[in-house]
Design a protein around this ligand. Structure first.
Ligand code: NAD
Length: 252
């Protein structure tokens, strides 16, 4: 595949899990990839080491910090002079139920909304301004099945953040189509990553797979292949849609 030759793609949370698989798939399709990571530079370097020389720029940034999205975007654009595709992948999935201490509950809501919704929105804002000067661009936001199905009582804030991300994506698709901006959501169910393993440790694997007609969790590559396809621009008239990757565990 060389759909992405000459394209620059920013992937947030690219040092592990779905993000790392996206970085690899996008680079394999010919893209120059800006790999954003939180704190773990060694993990980011390990992903970059598997890519062609000069195919990848590492950019650090804590998405809980209000100044991080603009700084990350600035570094990404400075590398090759432009960015063509933004993939908002970084996210957190932490538990906070109604029996939690009220302050802890509120902190969990604020942290989750900040990382999963406000930071991606800030990056979309930066991308939209840039795309308008370049005649267009593509945004792929990694949401979740939880946006449509809801989540457990301990993860209502996570579901709310991902529902917000889907609504943001749809608004961008409608509001910026005239600027040649395409925007897509991707909604995984369970994907075998560290994030899902934490849930499996608490609830057990059957609690996850019994609910999936395909009988198994998706792999990070299942998601990355869809992201690389959307980034190619070959799904122009599907803008605004969110693609489900959940083994038919939630068919909308
Ligand atoms: N794994 C699943 O089952 C699943 C299901 C649905 C949706 N998703 C979504 O897919 C995306 C990737 O998930 P994953 O399973 O690869 O998870 P993961 O925990 O393996 O990776 C998450 C990434 O986000 C980054 N990140 C988290 N908080 C950050 C912060 N404050 N600043 C900077 N980076 C930060 C991490 O460093 C990491 O690279 C997330 O948005 C997640 O919500 C995952």
């Amino acid at each position: 595949m060389s759909d992405l030759d000459g394209k620059v793609v920013l992937v947030t949370g690219g040092s592990r899990g779905i993000g790392a698989a996206c970085v690899r798939a996008l680079a394999a399709a010919g893209a120059s990839v800006v790999l954003h990571y939180g704190h773990n530079r060694a993990a980011a370097e390990a992903v970059a080491a598997g890519l062609p020389t000069d195919a990848c720029l590492l950019v650090e940034g804590d998405l809980e910090s209000a100044s991080a999205p603009a700084a990350i975007w600035g570094d990404a654009v400075a590398w090759r002079g432009h960015v063509d595709v933004l993939v908002n992948n970084a996210g957190i999935f932490e538990a906070a139920g109604i029996d939690a201490d009220p302050d802890a509950w509120r902190r969990a809501w604020q942290r989750t909304l900040t990382v999963n919704l406000v930071a991606p929105a800030d990056l979309c804002r930066e991308a939209l301004g840039h795309f308008r000067t370049r005649g267009g661009g593509i945004i792929v936001n990694i949401a979740s099945r939880a946006a449509f199905r809801g989540d457990t009582p301990d993860h209502m804030h996570y579901a709310a953040s991902k529902g917000g991300l889907v609504a943001l994506t749809r608004s961008i698709a409608r509001g910026f189509a005239a600027d040649n901006v395409l925007a897509y959501g991707v909604a995984p169910g369970f994907v075998r990553t560290d994030m899902a393993e934490d849930f499996v440790r608490v609830h057990g694997e059957p609690a996850v797979t019994d609910d999936i007609p395909l009988g198994e969790m998706a792999t990070p590559d299942d998601v990355a292949n869809i992201v690389a396809f959307l980034a190619s621009g070959k799904a122009r008239h599907a803008t605004g849609t969110t693609i489900d990757i959940n083994g038919a565990s939630y068919v909308r």
